[in-house]
Ligand binder design. Structure first.
Ligand code: PLP
Length: 450
């Protein structure tokens, strides 16, 4: 095993490395250096073992240390480390992965466009959607409607589609012709209403927006089946059927961003299948390769693909690493393993329901206003007063997140919401441990508050 000088690494890190989503000045020489991982655990340079309840960044679905994925990468790197899929060429890993993905996807989806990440997938979505309406003879249909507090990536198109106000405030303007509607966040924004009524109301804000803009301008609606980075916001059951009805009624394209929900996170291959919706486009990434190598894509439904193929001619779009052979080989092996080992069925039938029961016990903690989950996604709402559900001043989430690290677990904070998304291979015993460590972190936070 490699030895690391933690202090030296930290100094070099703060001197030279601009981290994503980090206040570099505040970080100083304090980065936590992760050096290895196995199963659901990561290890830092000081030898601490930490339960990774976030599966990296919602992506290490098969867990760490899978030799089969290492072997797939090595074999492909030796045989053909790189070639592209531009200008009428292709290679076996990209072809086989495309076939496999379209077998797993809902029936009306038979094509995939490969990218290197979720953000690139959403950039691709914007170009594809606008091209679609241009080919339909309605080029004025350019507006894409997203949701406040949605997350679709960090490229200009990804940040614009997303509804993260702090991202919009930095270095605008964002892309034109992107609009946002309300999110279906019952705990945060609709608690005085019945959840199903609230779900309908949130969905109908799409209809309102279409009417305000004029349907002749609206191209598509984009949303995550469950908002991940926004705080694991699980919509009421009434929400998605109403969204589907509105998209169908007005003939606009429905885009389900499956970057987190895809590949088993909620107990189906895709979140759209859980919610029984029929998206025209599904951006994917993360769990596609369990995060072992960077790869993403857009699953393209027949409505869009047929027009692009039949009438579109050359699509002037693509990335050097679209369908990169080593990434595609690892992704293909990852999908085979998820299938052969019945990982997703286990999430649906065994670990998801078990997690739901255990996670729900945290609702009795004095700091927790709500404990919700779906599949292997979970969230805790931190409140100062369980009677009124009054919130703490900002900062409680990051305080609790730091305490999680102290307690030996990675959880993420989104404002005052703590979220988890563990590897899908987590066992029932490990779920018990996850919940125990989460409780310990909450206790520590409560003690600090006095
Ligand atoms: N879409 C969703 C729903 C995401 O959660 C993310 C990343 O967290 C992205 C897109 C962007 O993916 P990437 O970070 O691979 O660009």
């Amino acid at each position: 095993m490699q030895q690391h000088d933690t202090q030296e690494l930290r100094q070099q890190d703060s001197r030279h490395h601009l981290h994503p989503f980090t206040d570099t000045k505040e970080l100083g020489d304090n980065s936590r250096i992760i050096t290895r991982a196995e199963g659901i655990y990561i290890y830092d340079s000081e030898g601490n073992r930490i339960l990774d309840a976030m599966a990296g960044l919602w992506c290490v679905n098969l867990g760490y240390g899978r030799q089969e994925l290492v072997d797939a990468a090595q074999q492909q790197m030796q045989e053909l480390p790189y070639y592209n899929n531009f200008f009428k060429t292709a290679h076996p890993p990209a072809i086989k992965l495309a076939k496999k993905l379209t077998e797993l996807a809902p029936e009306h989806i038979n094509h995939v466009f490969f990218t290197g990440s979720g953000s690139e997938s959403n950039d691709t979505v914007v170009r594809m959607v606008r091209r679609y309406w241009q080919l339909k003879g309605q080029p004025e249909k350019t507006v894409i409607i997203g949701r406040r507090n949605g997350y679709h990536g960090s490229t200009v198109a990804g940040a614009s589609l997303g509804g993260m106000a702090p991202m919009h405030e930095q270095g605008g303007p964002m892309l034109p012709d992107i609009e946002h509607i309300a999110q279906p966040y019952w705990f945060g924004e609709g608690r005085e209403m019945d959840p199903q009524e609230f779900g309908l109301l949130a969905a109908r804000s799409l209809e309102q927006k279409i009417k305000t803009l004029g349907v002749e301008r609206v191209a598509a609606f984009i949303a995550e089946p469950v908002q991940g980075a926004g705080g694991v916001i699980i919509p009421p059951e009434s929400y998605w059927p109403e969204i589907q009805r509105i998209c169908d009624h007005y003939g606009i394209l429905l885009i389900a961003d499956e970057v987190i929900c895809g590949f088993g996170r909620v107990g189906q291959w895709f979140g759209s299948q859980h919610f029984n919706i029929k998206p025209d486009l599904m951006p994917i990434a993360k769990g596609l390769s369990s995060g072992y190598l960077p790869i993403g894509g857009v699953l393209v439904g027949d409505r869009v693909a047929d027009l692009l193929i039949e009438q579109g001619g050359e699509f002037y779009h693509g990335f050097t690493y679209s369908g990169h052979p080593a990434c595609a080989a690892v992704a293909l092996r990852n999908l085979e393993l998820l299938e052969q080992e019945g990982v997703i069925d286990r999430v649906r039938d065994v670990t998801g329901p078990y997690f739901a029961r255990q996670w729900a016990t945290l609702a009795s903690h004095p700091l927790v206003g709500e404990a919700r989950s779906l599949g292997l996604l979970g969230a805790l709402e931190l409140v100062a007063d369980k009677g009124t559900m009054a919130r703490f001043a900002p900062g409680i989430g990051s305080q609790c997140r730091d305490n999680c690290f102290q307690s030996g677990i990675v959880m993420r904070s989104v404002g005052e919401t703590m979220v988890v998304s563990p590897p899908l291979v987590i066992t029932e015993a490990e779920i018990d441990q996850l919940v125990t460590l989460a409780r310990r972190s909450l206790d520590l936070t409560a003690r600090q508050l006095g």
